[in-house]
Design a binder for this molecule. Structure first.
Ligand code: XMP
Length: 469
């Protein structure tokens, strides 16, 4: 019988390093065959982890978020749209209102769409612009025409204006927005100073070719076509086929159908064996997600008796995926930057995180107080809570005893902003790469030498024999 190992069973053997500062270590990587990221961290498609807010912050900081599918198609599409519209070098379809739109409608629209300005148009032609400053002290009852900055006072650019040119114009006239119009005054786009500043200040953000943040979304293996179509139309960058036992005919058929019908990168999983990896890659997977039962909220291994400890699972899948040059995503069980380093050293290109990110400002859900400490809820997507909500939403009978949960509900400590968590994870990973004598994730993988440790070694690895605050 083979032995399965996980993160706590091993350590990485330190090697001679020529690194002078860990800041010089690159953590760039590939999420899929054709998508690159500036750091290897992916937020999990769980309903207590990734919605639009998390998606935006993950991509702004170099990773990516995968929007969960425990919602209606419209809800999921609206979250994807929020991420795709959060930043962009050129906003191609800026929100606009007509000349007679009332001020309360304008306020409602700005709030709903989370924007600070709206163009005013008639038959697609620019008539004016309204910013939140214009409406701040205005009485209800007025209409757009009465409060907008009119067309003759607006500086505009031509379609095709480059961001560098726009920057000069915005700077010269000290304006915040530059609408782009053609020779007949038709609205062709909008460039904002905020987007240009974001682009300058965050060179490490994960962006598509049009300067928009990258985002992924999960789909299931039933009724998935309509959802996939809507997500692709909304501009999603990658779809994740979200199924606990990914080495299944259902997952393979779904993958083949999606690849046949849409031009989109697809991550398939979850698997833990070389055979599973091979079948998914041959069915068209652009990356394979690995993990059966390692997650913080998972009880799959207890309920079914099946699974493979995560480090061995990653190694099994990497050994096959390497031959096809397809990236592996290590999904579940990562608690620290040390675990992340081990997962990547074992050959994964990225790691998907749930519980580590569930306690942040950007995860869905409210802050609660438990035993005097601030916490947030996390729940397994195969648990009672998530399944009961799904049944309620889909008007299915909610007979509790019909469900055999493979996940649990719990709480995680509140941990502040996701940006700070990512900084700690990436900093720890960079140090880990340096300890292994590498300068990049590839270097880490080439140099990695694992040593198996005992319970005593593990005990020695944490702080010990001191009083804790
Ligand atoms: P961590 O350890 O990062 O793991 O919190 C997150 C991953 O756990 C998986 N997941 C589940 N696995 N039952 C399971 O067996 C569940 O109910 C469940 N919900 C999430 C998922 O792969 C996630 O990314």
């Amino acid at each position: 019988m083979k032995t399965g190992l996980t993160f706590d069973d091993v350590l990485l053997v330190p090697k001679k390093s020529s690194v002078t500062s860990r800041k010089n270590i690159s953590v760039k990587t590939r999420l899929t065959k054709n998508i690159e990221l500036n750091n290897p961290i992916v937020s999990s498609n769980m309903d207590t982890v990734t919605e639009a807010k998390m998606g935006i912050e993950m991509a702004r900081n170099g990773g990516i978020g995968i929007i969960h599918r425990f919602n209606s198609i419209d809800e999921q599409v609206s979250m994807v749209t929020s991420v795709k519209r959060a930043e962009s070098l050129i906003i191609e379809n800026p929100y606009s209102v007509s000349l007679d739109t009332k001020i309360d409608e304008i306020k409602f629209l700005m709030k709903k769409k989370k924007v600070h300005s709206l163009l005013v148009s008639e038959d697609g032609k620019l008539q004016g612009i309204i910013t939140s400053r214009d409406i701040r002290f205005q009485k209800n009852g007025k209409i757009a025409k009465e409060i907008m900055t009119p067309r003759e006072k607006i500086i505009t650019g031509k379609p095709g204006t480059l961001p560098e040119e726009a920057k000069e114009v915005l700077d010269k006239y000290r304006i915040e927005k530059l609408p782009l119009v053609d020779s007949e005054n038709r609205i062709m786009g909008l460039i904002t100073s905020r987007d240009i500043l974001n682009n300058i200040n965050r060179p490490y953000a994960s962006l598509d070719k049009r300067g928009r943040l990258l985002v992924g979304a999960a789909i299931g293996v039933k009724d998935y076509l309509e959802r996939a179509k809507a997500l692709v139309e909304a501009g999603v960058d990658v779809l994740v086929i979200d199924i606990a036992h990914g080495h299944s005919e259902l997952a393979i058929t779904t993958l083949q159908t999606i690849k046949k019908n849409f031009k989109i990168e697809v991550i398939a999983g979850n698997v833990v064996t070389g055979e599973g990896t091979k079948d998914l890659i041959e069915a068209g997977a652009d990356a394979v997600k690995v993990g059966v039962g390692p997650g913080s909220i998972c009880i799959t291994r207890i309920v079914t008796g099946a699974g493979i400890p995560q480090l061995t699972a990653i190694m099994n899948c990497v050994s096959i995926a390497k031959k096809y040059d397809v990236p592996i995503i290590a999904d579940g069980g990562i608690r620290t930057s040390g675990d992340l380093t081990k997962a990547l050293a074992a050959g994964a290109s990225t790691a998907m995180l749930g519980s580590v990110l569930a306690g942040t400002d950007e995860s869905p859900g409210d802050l609660l107080i438990k035993d005097g400490r601030r916490v947030k809820i996390i729940r397994g997507m195969a648990g009672y809570g998530a399944n009961m909500s799904k049944r309620e939403r889909e008007n299915m009978s909610s007979e509790v005893f019909d469900i055999v949960p493979e996940g649990v509900e719990g709480v995680v400590p509140y941990r502040g902003s996701v940006k700070d968590i990512l900084k700690q994870l990436v900093g720890g990973l960079q140090s880990g790469i340096s300890y292994c004598g590498g300068h990049s994730i590839l270097g880490l993988q080439q140099n990695a030498e694992f040593i198996r440790i005992t319970g005593a070694g593990k005990k020695e690895s944490g702080s010990h024999d001191i009083g804790r605050f």
